[in-house]
Structures are given as C-alpha cells and as structure tokens.
Design a protein around this ligand. Structure first.
Ligand code: FAD
Ligand code: DHB
Length: 388
C-alpha cells in the first residue's frame, strides 16, 4: 500500500491530523494498536482550549461539541476556607470548553468512517523504516500477515510508549524530565457536578480537583501517594477524603454515589527534542508529557497537529518552510505549556519532602494570585491557551 502520510496512533492527535489532511486532499493511513472500543474506553482529558475548539470545528467535527459541550468563563481556586474565582472571559476575552476526550475521539472516528478514511485497528508490531531517507515506510502485522505502507512522511502520534520516538537514535534525541512524587486518583460519578465551574483545591492533605463531563457526570481527582493501590480506595474513603480537601460549602452540598471509574495516574513532565527526524514528525504525547494540573495534555497535542497540518499542506503546495520549522515552532509552545503545568502543579500540590521555607513560598504564591490582577490575568491567559 502507498499513502502520502502514514500516521502511527489513532488517539486524538493521529485522528485529527488524518481528518484535517483528508479535508485538504492529502491521503493518510492511521495505524492503531488497540481496538476502537478500547481507545474509547480510556477516560482522560476534559477541558478544551478555545484554539482546540476552533481546530475541531475546522476539521468538521465540532457539531456535537457545540451542542453538548459546556463553555466555561472561569474557574475557582481554593484553599479549605478561602476560594476565589478567575474570570477568563473578562481577562482574556476567551473561554474554555468542557467536552471529554472520549467524545472528541468518538467524533473523529465517526468523521473518518463517514469519509471512508483508512484507520487500521489492532495493527501489531508497527515498525518505522528509513525515516532518514527519501523513501520511508512502515510495516505492521494484522491477522497474521505482514503489511507494508510506503509513504512520503510518517507522523508519530503514538503516545508516550509508542515506537516512533524510540526509533530516533539516542545520539540525536535530548530528553528532559521531572517525575513528581505523587499521583492522581481520578473517578467518575453519575451525579450532578458539585460546582458549575471547576474547583482546583490546595490542602495540606493534598490537592483535589472537582471537574465534570456533563450535567449528570462528575469527574473528581485526589492527589495520592504513588504507593497507593486502587483497590485500597473504597468509594466511601474517596468521598470522605474529597470532602476534607474542598471548600466547606462544596463539601456540604456535594452529592455522592457509587463510583463508576477509578484509576491512579502518575504525574510527569517530559519533553523530547527535536520533534522531527528526517521524514518522521513526533506529535502530542509521543514527544511530551505534562502533569495534568491545568489540563494541557490534549490541547498541546492539538497545537502540534496545527503546526504539522499546515506544514504538510504547504509542502504539497511546493513550499518546505513549515516542514523545516515544525520542531522549533511546536517546541516553543510546548515549553510554555510545560512551564504552566509545572507551575500549577507546584503551586497546588503537597510535596512530601518540602522544606518549611518552600512551604511558605507555596502559600505566598497562592496568596499573591488571590490579590493580584496581573497574576490572575497571567493564569487566565495560559489556561485558555496561548496563541498558535
Ligand atoms: P494518545 O492519546 O496516547 O494516543 C496515542 C495512540 O497511539 C493510542 O491510541 C495508542 O493505543 C496508540 N499506540 C501506542 N503504541 C502504538 C503502536 N505500537 N502502534 C500503533 N498505535 C500505537 N490530559 C489532560 O489534559 N487532562 C487529563 O485529565 C488527562 N488525563 C490523562 C490520564 C491518563 C491515564 C493519560 C495516559 C493521559 C491523560 N491526559 C490528560 C493526557 C491526554 O490524555 C493526552 O495528552 C492525549 O491523549 C494525547 O493525545 P495523543 O493522541 O498524542 O496520544
Ligand atoms: C480535568 C483534568 C485536568 O487535569 C484539569 O486540569 C481539569 C479538568 C478533567 O479531567 O476534567
């Protein structure tokens, strides 16, 4: 088989790139290791920057998001007894959209299917070949047979553990990493969200976040030690701990019920440079990971897609400037989102080894944000998403 762009990974970045290129008349094949149902069962991000919203509309997959998503004009930051609200709309003229990654992915799958797009699920042993040459190709196994796809370019949209980044020689790749000494326990509950807007809560027992997916589906998170086991967290223990960490009025009014999803995710900051190697481009989690505080992971994957999509359209129109500058342009934005996610994580979490001085710095940081217009505007500007 031959295609113009072979896309490895059928998560949000691979599917969105495929859909945008299709609309521009560029042929792609998406290779995904898992089944469609498995990909759609992963509960992940929930907050879309406005740039992401506009990209999804441009790709022709915005209709359900616009009908069912929830635009949010602001968010709450809180300590146990003192909450305050940051108004994004007033400070930046922009908002964010609460619409789950699962729904974004489902809309993209439906659009690819409607356009007869080639998305090959359960492709095993995907291997990249000759990315440094003018004739790259990808091989994979499906139903016991080996297949080969020749292409002009390879887009590595295969997440942190995928083969794309690993195919770049270690002499070329520079890696930057911070691993945090805690994780997030995330749950879903079929109950109305405790607050109309998100609550990011700092507490001496650890961070907590109240989020949502829709009017009857709440998403809550607790900072937990990495050593915690998911089975040791009963539903009752989760609700008790959440109530201890969030503002009192929220704790008093929260509606609790059986939890329908529970998982623990570690927190990490990670960037691989460069994001281009020969005819291979890394996109999204394949190149970088942010800790989830601030909801940047999915949005960063979409901004990479923006740069690569425009670079490829430009290339097929005869201009290689975008291809040559993809890595630099994408990384400039990646590092700013890394900085924001790191600073939100540092400001809001309880660090077990923190000195008394560092503890005071954290308190001062949140206190400054509470009273400073300038600091609130800076947070809002980053939260709604920096320009592409
Ligand atoms: P992915 O979504 O990881 O997609 C990569 C795809 O490649 C996957 O479908 C995978 O199956 C496929 N793949 C992997 N290996 C191969 C292979 N060998 N061959 C073929 N295909 C392969 N972000 C937030 O903003 N908020 C959150 O609350 C949040 N929660 C998260 C929870 C978890 C457990 C994880 C892992 C991430 C979370 N994120 C969150 C981050 C966000 O979900 C990611 O940034 C986003 O999914 C990145 O999209 P992507 O398409 O680049 O990568
Ligand atoms: C969600 C996750 C985040 O990391 C965040 O900062 C906000 C919302 C969520 O899953 O809803």
């Amino acid at each position: 088989m031959r295609t113009q762009v072979a896309i490895i990974g059928g998560g949000p970045s691979g599917l969105l790139l495929s859909q945008l290129l299709h609309k521009a008349g560029i042929d792609t094949v998406v290779l995904e290791r898992r089944s469609r149902d498995y990909v759609l069962s992963r509960v992940r991000a929930g907050v879309l920057e406005w740039g992401t919203v506009e990209m999804l509309r441009e790709a022709g997959v915005g209709a359900r998001m616009d009908a069912e998503g929830f635009p949010h004009d602001g968010t709450y930051l809180a300590t146990r007894n003192q909450g305050f609200r940051i108004d994004f709309q007033e400070r930046t003229g922009k908002k964010v959209m609460v619409y789950g990654q699962t729904e974004v992915t489902r809309d993209l799958y439906d659009a690819r299917e409607a356009a007869d797009g080639k998305v090959i699920h359960e492709a095993e042993g995907v291997t990249l070949h000759d990315a440094k040459s003018d004739a790259p190709f990808v091989t994979y196994m499906k139903d016991g047979t080996e297949h080969r796809i020749d292409c002009d370019y390879i887009a590595g949209c295969d997440g942190y553990h995928g083969p794309s980044r690993q195919s770049i020689p270690s002499t070329v790749l520079r890696e930057f990493e911070r691993v945090y000494p805690f994780g997030w326990l995330g749950v879903l509950s079929e109950t109305p969200p405790v607050s109309e807007e998100l609550i990011y809560a700092q507490h001496t027992r650890g961070f907590a976040l109240c989020s949502m997916r829709n009017a009857n589906l709440s998403r809550y998170y607790l900072q937990v030690p990495l050593s915690d086991k998911i089975d040791a967290w009963s539903d009752a223990a989760f609700w008790d701990e959440l109530k201890r960490r969030i503002p009192e009025d929220a704790a008093d009014s929260i509606i609790t019920d059986k939890l329908i999803e529970k998982s623990i995710a570690p927190l990490r900051s990670y960037v691989a440079e460069p994001m281009t190697w020969g005819r291979l481009f890394l996109v999204g989690d394949a190149a970088h990971i942010v800790p989830p505080t601030g909801a940047k992971g999915l949005n960063l994957a979409v901004s990479d897609v923006h740069y690569l999509y425009h670079a490829l359209v430009q290339h097929y129109a005869g201009d290689d400037e975008g291809i040559a500058t993809y890595s630099d342009k994408a990384l400039a934005r990646v590092w700013k989102s890394e900085r924001f996610s790191w600073s939100m994580t540092t400001m809001l979490h309880n660090f077990p080894e923190r000195s008394a001085f560092e503890q005071k710095m954290q308190e001062a940081e949140l206190d400054y944000l509470r009273m400073s217009d300038a600091a609130q505007t800076a947070l809002a500007e980053n939260y709604v998403g920096l320009p592409y």
